[in-house]
Structure formats: C-alpha cells, structure tokens
Design a protein around this ligand. Sequence first.
Ligand SMILES: C[S@@+](CC[C@H](N)C(=O)[O-])C[C@H]1O[C@@H](n2cnc3c(N)ncnc32)[C@H](O)[C@@H]1O
Length: 152
Amino acid sequence: MFTSMPIAYARTPYQATSEIPKGCGAKHDAEGVLEILPEFEAGLLGIEGFSHLYVIWEFDKSGDYDLVAHPPTDSSRPHGVFATRSPRRPNPIALTVVELIRRDSAKLHVKGVDMLDGTPILDIKPYLSSIPEEKLRRGWLAEAEARNRAVR
Ligand SMILES: C[S@@+](CC[C@H](N)C(=O)[O-])C[C@H]1O[C@@H](n2cnc3c(N)ncnc32)[C@H](O)[C@@H]1O
C-alpha cells in the first residue's frame, strides 16, 4: 500500500459535480487557483516558464469503484474503467492538464480546471508532450464523437 499527502488544494468555481461540464463537446475553460501548502512552495521554483501543467489529484468524493463505466460521452455503451476518465476507479487518482496563467507566490492561477472546489492536489508537473497529433488514437471516444456529430 502507498500513502499520499496533499501538496495543494484547488480553488475552483464548482461546488457540485453537476456544475462541471461533461459529455461530447464539453469545454473546460474555467479558471481556478492551486493553493500550494507553505511547506511545498519552494518546489515551485521555475514553474513560471511552463505554459501548461499536469495536475494530479484525488477524486476524494468519488466513493467506490466500477470496473465497467458508462461515460457521459457514450453513456449507452459500456467501457472498461481504464479506458475512461471515470472518477469511480480502484485508485481514485485524476489527471488534468491546465494552462498556467500566472504564479502569485504559492498560488498558481490556472485555466482548465474540472475538479470540485477544495479538491486535494497530489502533484504538479510540467506538461511536455512529444507525441505528434497524427500518431494519437482516441479509441472509442473518436467513434462516439463522430456519432454525436452525425445526430446533431
Ligand atoms: C471525468 S473526471 C476527469 C478528471 C480528470 N481530468 C481525469 O481525466 O482524470 C471529471 C469529473 O470528476 C468529478 N469530480 C470532480 N472533482 C471531484 C472530486 N473531488 N471527487 C470526486 N469526483 C470529482 C466530476 O463529476 C467531474 O466532472
């Protein structure tokens, strides 16, 4: 077993999961603040130079897990939990890429949050993707998006 501790807490506009955009075409452009705990602030040295960050956080309100999920993008079809971004996972760990707007001491102002206000943050890393777009495959999501486009 492992134990993790929060290094920060997210301040976001969302008090309830129903307020967070979901499903096909959902845009995550809400702004929020990652409030780093004082004992970890020194770890932000140099972070201002990065435009985007990976934020690793805990689904602290998700309860139990399901190995098969019905994500809002394709709710009529089952998908294995590890082929989705469902909050109900064996290890309730989430990953969000955000844009870093600015750093204000121990506060990182970011855009693109999709977590509840008060969510514990486990880690932050610079976002660096070296995979060219033409090499990325989007699995069942690409098919679900195409079906949704066709019915619109
Ligand atoms: C689909 S997950 C994706 C999260 C992250 N981008 C990922 O891919 O791991 C986002 C959803 O998690 C739920 N959620 C947000 N904050 C949560 C929290 N603190 N605990 C449990 N569920 C949360 C909301 O329903 C939100 O719409």
